[in-house]
Design a protein around this ligand. Structure first.
Ligand code: NAD
Length: 476
């Protein structure tokens, strides 16, 4: 049996308790046993990180480049194998799993380069003869808390900048994906990092998460997950005056205007709403379609969604894999019933499917109103709705009437509307004639309103969270 251990102070440890790790495509397939850390082990990891961070902060840009680059190289060289593990453990289809691993490798390569580009500034003082310089310093020990839906890419986009800017790391990955966390930790561990600079401590978030956040040697917490957990993380960080960065949920709109290319719009919306079983924070679960194209769009969308093949994530014919676990499946099916009860019309899917895993047919609702719960609450599954809008202005208003603001899309051939939407959509990321999900790794990622809190992740903007500015004055 494969075991997925924790990495504490450079040592692998299974601790005293472990739980089975189950394949969501086939629940009889046990991938391995995952260690469950205690509060004591979390404290040990943080102490080890605090000790190791002092030396890591002194390393040269070349040393950091070499290690981050080596991690990226190994991830890229093994992307088929790791993509297969990811699909087996998380349930996204194989091409998506391999693609995610490739992205993680590129992220490490990007931040390898960023380590060579950490720069400061020298400015003139307002007082004669005094020199002022400003430099970036590491935050210290950072606690990283990640969700299950991008089990390699999200840890990568937090770990890589953390190490790049001279921090030590304690990663607490999601309970459902210990194998991906372990394999990533193994690659990082063998790349030559001093013991304690990177630690992996897995277990129940509600038990060891607060232990991490409350520890006085954790300087900042970067969290990705649900709004509910994010709020509690932010409150705990505020209580202890810690730096915090949160990436949370979405209810992303995809606007389709009368002048859109119908086939391209349907392609973008099917991808946005249902790929990765709708389990992407950037998935668009609300399609807002203007009157002139509404009937054609509904007909084409229904036909395409009804034909999607649901099955084992690693079967080459599968387009939509399972959802992550029985609890999520129950939640998705519950939202199907909520939508029906609210008067939304189900045109396809929405049923539990037989099979050895957590399968449901992708659900599409039409004739929905934006104030229905199905259009305001994040489902995080293969469930999407269509809302009819009078015209562009009406569509924009509906798109923005949400507590979230992560990603927003528009399908149109009009430069006027595309430009207006880019300026007025209340979201951190806007997509024109593209799915709302699917982003580059070298530019900022994040949202507005209830979707994000704190500074942006990814690209060079990640420096805002993972470093602090120091201003020095010198009288020579
Ligand atoms: P979750 O909030 O249940 O868990 C996220 C992480 O927090 C897990 O590692 C969990 O163990 C940990 N955790 C749980 N309770 C905790 C506590 N009290 N203190 C500290 N940590 C705790 O989320 P999930 O179900 O794993 O992920 C799905 C959610 O993530 C969705 O809402 C999705 O939109 C969001 N998400 C957002 C982004 C983004 O970048 N905006 C990306 C991916 C996923």
């Amino acid at each position: 049996m494969t075991t997925f251990a924790n990495l504490i102070a450079g040592e692998w440890t299974m601790g005293t308790r472990s739980v089975p790790n189950v394949n969501p495509s086939d629940t009889t397939d046990i991938i391995g046993e995952a260690a469950q850390a205690t509060a004591e082990e979390m404290n040990q990891a943080i102490e080890a990180a605090a000790k190791a961070q002092v030396g890591w902060a002194q390393t040269t840009p070349q040393q950091r480049f070499d290690i981050l680059d080596a991690i990226g190289t190994e991830i890229l060289a093994r992307k088929e194998e790791l993509g297969d593990l990811l699909s087996r453990e998380e349930g996204k289809i194989l091409p998506e799993g391999i693609g995610e691993v490739g992205r993680a490798g590129q992220i490490f390569k990007f931040f390898a380069g960023e380590a060579l580009r950490i720069s400061g500034e020298r400015v003139e003082s307002i007082r004669p003869g005094i020199e002022i310089d400003m430099r970036r310093e590491p935050l210290g020990v950072v606690g990283l808390i990640t969700p299950w839906n991008f089990p390699i890419a999200i840890p990568a986009w937090k770990i890589a900048p953390a190490l790049c800017y001279g921090n030590a790391v304690v990663l607490k990955a999601a309970e459902a994906v210990p194998a991906c966390a372990w394999v990533l930790a193994d690659i990082i561990h063998r790349a030559g990092l001093p013991a304690g600079v990177f630690n992996l401590v897995n277990g129940r978030g509600s038990e060891i998460g607060p232990v991490m956040i409350d520890h006085p040697k954790i300087a900042g917490v970067s969290f990705t997950g649900s709004v509910q957990t994010g709020r509690s993380v932010a409150q705990a960080c505020a209580k202890n005056l810690k730096k915090v960065q949160l990436e949370m949920g979405g209810k992303n709109p995809a606007v389709v205007l009368d002048d859109a290319d119908l086939d391209a719009a349907v392609g973008a919306c099917v991808n946005s709403a249902f790929f990765s079983s709708g389990q992407r924070c950037t998935a668009s679960s609300r399609m807002i379609v203007t009157e002139g194209i509404y009937d054609d769009f509904v007909a084409a969308m229904t036909k395409t969604v009804a034909a999607l093949k649901v099955g084992d994530a690693r079967d080459g014919a599968t387009q939509i894999g399972p959802v992550i676990d029985a609890r999520q499946l129950e939640k998705d099916l519950e939202y199907v019933e909520i939508a029906k009860a609210e008067g939304a019309k189900l045109v396809c899917g929405g049923e539990k499917l037989d099979g050895p895993g957590h399968y449901m047919s992708p659900a599409l609702f039409i004739d929905t109103a934006n104030d229905m719960r199905i259009n305001q609450e994040e489902v995080f599954g293969p469930v999407a709705t269509i809302i009819k809008a009078k015209d562009y202005d009406d569509a924009l208003r509906i798109a923005n009437e949400t507590d979230f603001g992560l990603s927003a899309g528009i399908c149109t051939t009009s430069l006027k509307y595309a430009s207006h939407f880019k300026a007025h959509a209340k979201a951190g990321m806007v997509m024109v004639n593209l799915p709302t999900a699917g982003v580059d790794y070298h530019v900022p990622f994040g949202g507005t309103k209830g979707s994000s809190y704190g500074s942006r992740e990814q690209g060079r903007y990640a420096a805002e969270f993972y470093s602090v500015m120091k201003t020095s004055y010198t009288q020579p």
